[in-house]
Design a protein around this ligand. Structure first.
Ligand SMILES: [Zn+2]
Length: 295
């Protein structure tokens, strides 16, 4: 059921076993950084819980078909409304969860970004976690475990998701997206396959930036500015790009201390941009100051 999802093999195995043995819990907490498959696994797991076929996850029964077309009436997925999940949403869930399932013998509720529940919302949810209807399962998905009340955590089976292994990620990106990534890029992704995929259309830009920084010391300032054109055009994603530049600089600084000061220059540029300084001028300054450090 999880064949297309990368990594976290132990968690997948545990969930599969619980389905097979008919030992699905009433409440789960999936925690870990973003982009490592928590939401995808929660969804596939829900589909398997609801499947009408004894072998589970048949892809053919009414429940599986309606699940795939986002119409399964026994499945609910809550997302934050704006920046938080407020008590009203949880109250609605509480009303809804009392009603018996329609197609399946069970009902599943996923709460995505559940770490954005307000304290009131969490306290309200606690009542349901303490006495869930026999047929219901709730899966809380979140990045930051510290945002959850201890009382919530004590009621859930907590599963800690891990970043994806670099080698696994490399293979997956080549096979599925024909995307060849550098070791600097792997450092940027930090094990988040979601982040890697979100940048797949910008691969060219990232490789150009890498080339620019790697070979800075061999360039005169005119060539440098010319090649840096890509940065002048990347205003919308400049912070991500500057993070990337610092990853490359940090590696170079380990072998060549001239690069240490460049990292500070990049940080200063971030600060200046944050204070709404003129964009092109900030990039000009950054490039020139870095070049001066190195030459
Ligand atoms: Zn099915």
């Amino acid at each position: 059921m999880f064949e297309n999802i990368l990594g976290n093999d132990k968690i997948k195995e545990l969930l599969e076993t619980s389905i097979k043995n008919n030992k699905v819990s009433h409440s789960y907490l999936f925690v870990g950084m973003s982009g490592i498959g928590k939401k995808m696994i929660a969804k596939e797991f829900s589909k398997a819980i609801l499947c009408l076929n004894e072998n589970k996850y048949c892809n053919k029964c009414k429940s599986c078909i309606e699940f795939d077309s986002n119409n399964n009436p026994d499945f609910f997925c809550l997302e934050p409304d704006g920046n938080s999940i407020k008590i009203d949403m949880i109250r609605e869930l509480q009303k809804n969860i009392q009603e018996k399932p329609i197609i399946s013998s069970r009902k599943v509720y996923i709460i995505n970004d559940a770490d954005k529940m307000t304290k009131d919302a969490q306290n309200c949810l606690l009542k349901t976690l303490e006495e869930p209807p026999e047929f219901a399962s709730i899966i809380l998905v979140g990045e930051n475990e510290n945002e959850f009340l201890a009382t919530i955590k004590s009621r859930c089976m907590i599963l800690h998701f891990n970043p994806i292994d670099d080698e696994q990620m490399k293979d997956y990106l080549i096979k599925n997206y024909n995307m060849q990534v550098s070791s600097n890029q792997l450092d940027l992704f930090q094990g988040s396959i979601g982040k890697a995929i979100s940048l797949k259309d910008k691969q060219d830009i990232y490789l150009k930036v890498e080339e620019l920084i790697e070979n800075m010391e061999n360039k005169n300032i005119i060539d440098l500015v010319k090649q840096a054109e890509i940065l002048y055009k990347s205003k919308d994603e400049i912070y991500e790009m500057l993070d990337y530049i610092n990853i490359i600089l940090l590696k170079k600084a380990k072998m060549d201390e001239r690069y240490t000061n460049c990292i500070q220059i990049v940080e200063n540029t971030k600060r200046r941009l944050n204070q709404n300084a003129n964009y092109d001028m900030s990039i000009d300054n950054m490039l020139f100051n870095m070049w001066e450090e190195i030459i």
